[in-house]
Design a protein around this ligand. Structure first.
Ligand SMILES: C[S@@+](CC[C@H](N)C(=O)[O-])C[C@H]1O[C@@H](n2cnc3c(N)ncnc32)[C@H](O)[C@@H]1O
Length: 224
């Protein structure tokens, strides 16, 4: 069977070396975050590079991220958007933790994108419904979902309101370290990720691709 290969450390280093050079602010964020016990929550630099590329490809000007942590993915996307749109770019950065947002803000300032990132602190379900009822409905070009897995279904429903036709949404961790394909795993997170993958696949309002990038990255586009 032809399939994606697993990456050992050497190959991971090769992939990183063949990607564009990481901006110093991204590198600083990654190296400092690596000292934390929960560092595995951070996206990989190659995933950050892919996300920045997709933001450029789609010409994204308004983006929304659910799950900021120490700010790496938001920083990568915001820098790509600001490059193209200057101060008109806007990234809404949603996280439940004010402490994490405060850490992220330091790196965003280093990357000169603090002025285009708007932190939104609180439970993302509530924040998304507030943003949708304000003026963001059908305005968002790019969304990244990387928070509590049991919320993914609700985040998808909100995304269909928030995304403009042709806008894209990325869901992280859809492989959940392989658990989704193990019938013995029936915990709430795994079940939520399985349900989301089927729901997006079978939804004719979107085009989608389920990729094995990182821990699995599901990308969907709201049909124009
Ligand atoms: C996997 S980390 C995000 C990693 C980040 N995208 C990066 O590039 O490093 C998940 C984040 O989601 C946040 N989170 C968890 N549940 C949440 C919720 N219900 N609403 C908002 N944020 C939440 C956590 O505080 C944590 O910072």
């Amino acid at each position: 069977m032809s399939r994606s290969i697993g990456l050992n450390e050497t190959l991971t280093e090769y992939v990183r070396a063949m990607n564009p050079q990481e901006h110093p602010a991204l590198k600083h964020c990654r190296e400092e975050t690596a000292k934390r016990e929960d560092a595995r929550m951070q996206v990989s630099p190659e995933q950050g590079a892919l996300m920045a590329f997709l933001a450029r490809l789609t010409g994204a000007k308004i983006a929304l991220e659910v799950g900021v942590y120490t700010g790496y993915s938001a920083l990568a996307v915001a820098m790509a958007m600001k490059e193209r749109h200057g101060e008109d770019a806007r990234l809404y950065a949603l996280d439940i933790s004010p402490d994490l947002i405060a850490i992220a803000e330091g790196y965003w300032a280093e990357g000169d994108v603090a002025d285009v990132i708007q932190p939104v602190i609180g439970d993302a379900r509530r924040s998304l419904s507030e943003l949708a009822s304000e003026d963001l409905a059908e305005q968002v070009d790019f969304m990244f979902v990387d928070a509590d897995k049991t919320g993914y279904g609700d985040y998808y429903a909100a995304a269909l309101t928030l995304l403009r036709p042709g806008g894209i949404i990325l869901f992280d961790n859809v492989l959940w370290s392989g658990s989704v394909a193990d019938p013995a795993k029936t915990d709430a997170d795994t079940e939520a990720l399985r349900a989301l993958a089927k729901r997006v696949r079978d939804d004719d309002r979107v085009e989608q691709v389920f990729t094995a990038v990182g821990d699995g990255l599901l990308i969907a586009m709201k049909k124009p």
